[in-house]
Design a protein around this ligand. Structure first.
Ligand code: AP5
Length: 301
């Protein structure tokens, strides 16, 4: 196993809204390729160069703001391995919508904890019956039900071969810990940030097409035809009352989860059009793949 790692700086992809360093932090001016002693990380991770923490990044909408630089730490992980991405955010922050776009472009297997649970509810299984009680209260479904469900889905050959896009999981420290224990290590943790009043509006207007699985919004993403409009359904937990409970659960847990993945977290402004939000995510994924390629080439050289 390699006893050293390659560090180099990369420019941030070009998102719609850029990020800049707070005044106390200056990104390095030049790209560099050098060898550093190994750390105990065993994954490829994206880190801000100066502080190794994204919490010190301040958002800027100035088009002239200098892009920050991040370094990618290559390690013992095979650079050819399929991508493993997590996406997180409050209820209705756009996780499902972005997952649709990400899977279309990158071919990852979309594993959504909420969808797995709703499938159990629809099937009327014991797990589904128990899960529904918690989902109706906007609470987390107990780990005994969720953890193995997600583990099994991630262990399927298609997830292993094509890579996965894990949506809405982990949502607690215990879930994050279990995931690591099972050996599932993500390359990137995407956090969608959207103001609360927008979230409520998105939930109330959301509709689903039971035939295609596509997500619509009556105002922001209306159905294309009358025929589709006529068959749209609404989720049982998509009411104003329930989304407030779901938001409370989200706020109670999000920091603990973030603390487990802070080295690989990118915070995305989710309050733009879905295309704008995707452009930000796409930029990060493109950079990640470019860095993997560079790692692979430098290891082969
Ligand atoms: P889950 O199904 O995961 O629900 P959620 O986290 O509340 O998220 P949503 O599915 O509501 O929203 P989303 O972020 O996917 O937004 P979407 O793209 O649809 O979980 C449901 C329940 O299951 C939980 O409450 C819990 O009980 C249980 N559960 C799930 N995971 C669990 C776990 N790990 N452990 C324990 N329990 C768990 O978009 C929303 C709407 O906005 C749509 O109408 C869309 O068209 C619109 N929209 C999206 N993006 C934009 C945009 N950029 N501009 C305008 N409109 C947009």
């Amino acid at each position: 196993m390699a006893s050293s790692v390659n560090f180099w700086t990369i420019p941030q992809p070009k998102p719609q809204s850029s990020y800049s360093y707070s005044s106390s932090l200056k990104p390095p001016l030049t790209s560099q390729l050098s060898l550093f002693p190994n750390s105990n990380n065993s994954i490829l991770s994206l880190r801000s160069h100066t502080s190794l923490s994204h919490s010190r990044l301040t958002k800027s909408h100035s088009p002239n703001a200098p892009p920050p630089h991040f370094m990618v730490m290559a390690s013992t992980k095979n650079p050819e391995e399929a991508l493993k991405i997590m996406i997180s955010g409050a209820p209705a922050s756009g996780k499902g919508t972005q997952c649709e776009l990400i899977t279309q472009k990158y071919g990852l297997v979309h594993v959504a904890a909420g969808d797995l649970l709703r499938a159990e509810v629809a099937a009327g299984s014991d797990n589904g019956r128990q899960a529904k009680e918690f989902m109706e209260k906007g609470q987390l479904v107990p780990d005994e039900i969720v953890v193995m469900m997600v583990k099994e889905r991630l262990s399927q050959p298609d997830s292993e071969e094509n890579g996965w896009l894990l949506d809405g999981y982990p949502r607690s420290l215990s879930q994050a810990t279990a995931l690591k224990k099972f050996g599932f290590e993500p390359d990137l943790f995407i956090l969608l940030e959207v103001p609360e009043d927008i979230l409520v509006e998105r939930v109330i207007g959301r509709r689903l097409d039971p035939v295609t699985g596509k997500i619509y919004h009556l105002k922001y993403s209306p159905p294309e035809t009358e025929e589709i409009a006529a068959r749209l359904t609404q989720r049982f937990d998509d009411t104003e009352e329930k989304v407030k409970l779901r938001l409370r659960t989200h706020h109670q847990n999000v920091e603990a989860v973030l603390s487990m993945f802070k080295d690989i977290t990118v915070k995305i402004d989710g309050n733009g059009s879905k295309e704008d939000v995707f452009a930000q995510i796409d930029g990060w994924l493109t950079k990640l793949l470019e860095q993997r390629k560079a790692t692979s080439e430098s290891l082969a050289a």
